[in-house]
Design a binder for this molecule. Structure first.
Ligand code: ATP
Ligand code: MG
Length: 570
């Protein structure tokens, strides 16, 4: 459901279905022509890439159409919520490039919600039920079979008022009583079968402390919070479609009491949530990974959290690119993780510096290069960006190259280093391999080659055709570094749909740490989280774990999508 539209620049840009609705509402002057959205996270965990999709919608359309998007913490369950999460959520939204109007908390409305619940009781539309949650569930019926009314359904209003009061004073223990809306036990929409709207929780709330013991349920808090704030478009994910009639019912009943508010009312719209292959997006499961030490924390670079992705080297621009690519629809689906990786490659390719790093070094000695001689070679920072300039890299007689770039008995199509064959050393000379030295186990310890002086760039032979170009660093002029290579966190494509315990599905090789890597000096001045392309290998960034003299780099993504290729071969 998208529509083509001409913008003022004359370019065609397609609208998503929510934008279509909003343009229509604005054109018709609904809600006095106001546009107000909200992003409503529950502060019970860190935000993940799925939330980024909701954030780009909620904040994005407010920005696009001159409306306002507020941040509202949906903090109606003190058991799982914490201030730590509130702070991280704010940081992540800012990092994505958005600003909220006001910050609200559902807990700000506890009194208003309480008063509303009391009005419902007085109108004979709510009652206190003393049954257990199991009993209540057992009476719900099925979509085709009506439910059984609770024996407490006809409790007198006065008694309901007294008991509801007691639910909030500590006189009623947790689980002994709930307040239910009295709607319709035969409604085909199960959410109308006298939904629980209040329960007792005897745990201090991170903001309201011990003031409240009776807490509103999500369905009773969300729409009303939207209403109190003046939200016009309450955008959420598809699993709430089925809740929408109840959302409207509570708003309708509330409007009967609050006649002073005129015509305005929030309306709920739903889009497909983001599901990604090879990862999980449930906060409960992410919390388990953290608590059980299966990852190093919420910001472990393998996590799908915003802070994890940020530490991994993803940029806000790459996330926006990704969200633009997947779009918003009304159908559930799963997005290939490779698409997220594609977005960061596209973004970094155009703007990051190319440097040389050797992850698995083996020594290459140029036997005809003068000892003690050092040449500063010019390296282009980014061939995609003519403005990016160059930097210098030191070249000398002893270099490191990648172990996998050498083979003693190579097959015909091996265009890298092998005895008798010429290869180009990036930004330097063409060299011909002459042999190697091995230890007692047959491992190569040194490789020998001769360089051709006439092949340095700008020299007569510099354009000579050779099939392979290798990256290298100078032994004496390079620095040691640790490099962390990440892979998919889970080894199955859809861990959420798998019957096995999700912990058993973790990819045992999701992290490989290399401690003997060598990097060129240029990287000495890298700043935390700064992105680079390690030539021929991938995109990397400096991890905040780095210490002076001991830099640590994360592989954000490899240069090409090797995973898809491996899968195709299987
Ligand atoms: P969980 O069930 O894992 O706790 P949640 O959906 O309850 O996640 P909230 O903090 O309530 O998390 O979510 C805040 C907003 O982000 C909601 O509007 C929700 O619809 C949206 N959201 C959460 N997960 C996704 C997702 N995977 N894709 C798109 N939007 C999402
Ligand atoms: Mg939620």
């Amino acid at each position: 459901m998208s529509e083509e539209k001409s913008t003022s620049e004359g370019t065609k840009k397609s609208l998503n279905f929510i934008e279509v609705i909003i343009e229509k509402d604005l054109a018709e002057g609904l809600n006095d022509g106001r546009l107000q959205t909200r992003f409503p996270p529950e502060p019970n965990g860190y935000l993940h890439i799925g939330h980024a999709k909701a954030i780009c919608m909620d904040f994005g359309i407010a920005r696009k159409y001159g409306g306002i998007c507020n941040l509202r913490f949906d903090d109606t369950n003190p058991i799982k919520e914490d201030t730590e999460y509130v702070e991280s959520i704010k940081e992540d939204i800012k990092w994505l490039g958005f600003n909220w109007g006001a910050v609200y908390y559902a807990s700000d409305y506890f009194k208003q919600l309480w008063d509303y619940a009391v009005e419902l009781i007085k109108a004979g539309k709510a009652y206190v039920d003393e049954q257990s949650s199991e009993q209540i569930a057992a009476q719900k019926g099925t979509p085709t079979q009506a439910g059984i009314p609770s024996p407490y359904r006809e409790r007198p209003i006065k008694e309901n008022l007294t008991l509801f009061e007691k639910m909030n004073t500590g006189e009623i223990p947790e689980g002994k009583m709930v307040l239910r809306a009295k709607i319709d036990m035969a409604n085909p929409n199960m959410h109308f079968r006298d939904p629980v709207i209040y329960r007792v929780i005897d745990i201090p709330h991170h903001r309201t402390g011990t003031t409240w013991k009776a807490y509103p349920m999500y369905d009773f808090a969300h729409g009303q919070s939207d209403y109190f704030e003046g939200v016009t478009h309450s955008i959420c994910t598809l699993e709430f479609v089925i809740h929408r009639p109840l959302y409207d019912w509570f708003v309708d009943e509330l409007k009967k009491i609050r006649t002073e508010d005129g015509d305005r009312r929030p309306r709920q719209y739903e889009f497909n949530r983001l599901n990604l292959t090879y990862t999980v997006m449930s906060k409960r499961k992410l919390l388990q990974l953290v608590k059980e030490g299966l990852v190093f924390g919420w910001d472990d670079p393998r996590m799908p959290t915003i802070c994890g992705i940020r530490r991994r080297g993803y940029t806000p621009e790459s996330i926006h690119r990704f969200i633009d690519k997947i779009g918003y629809t009304k159908f559930e689906g799963t997005v290939d993780y490779a698409l997220l990786e594609h977005s960061i490659r596209e973004d970094l390719n155009t703007r990051v510096k190319r440097v040389s790093a050797v992850l698995d070094p083996v020594k290459l000695i140029l036997t005809n290069y003068p000892e003690g001689k050092v040449e500063m070679m010019e390296a282009v920072n980014n061939p995609e960006d003519p403005e990016s300039g160059t930097h210098e890299i030191a070249f000398s007689r002893e270099l490191f190259i990648e172990r996998e770039d050498f083979m003693e008995d190579a097959p015909k199509k091996f265009f890298r280093m092998t005895p008798g064959q010429e290869v180009r050393l990036k930004n330097a000379y063409i060299v011909r391999c002459t042999g190697c030295k091995k230890d007692g186990n047959g491992n190569v310890t040194e490789i020998y080659a001769e360089y051709d002086e006439q092949t340095r760039s700008g020299m007569p032979e510099s354009n000579r055709k050779v099939k392979g170009t290798l990256h290298w660093v100078s032994v004496e002029h390079s620095l040691k570094a640790e490099v962390r290579l990440y892979d998919r966190l889970f080894s199955v494509e859809n861990p959420s749909a798998d019957e096995r315990d999700f912990r058993e599905l973790l990819n045992p090789n999701s992290l490989r740490i290399l401690t003997e890597c060598r990097i060129e000096k240029e990287l000495e001045s890298a700043k935390p989280l700064e992105n680079f392309q390690f030539q021929r290998i991938g995109y990397f960034n400096l991890d905040p774990d780095s210490r002076p003299g001991r830099p640590v780099f994360n592989r954000t993504v490899s240069l090409k999508d090797s995973w898809t290729k491996i899968k195709d071969k299987e």
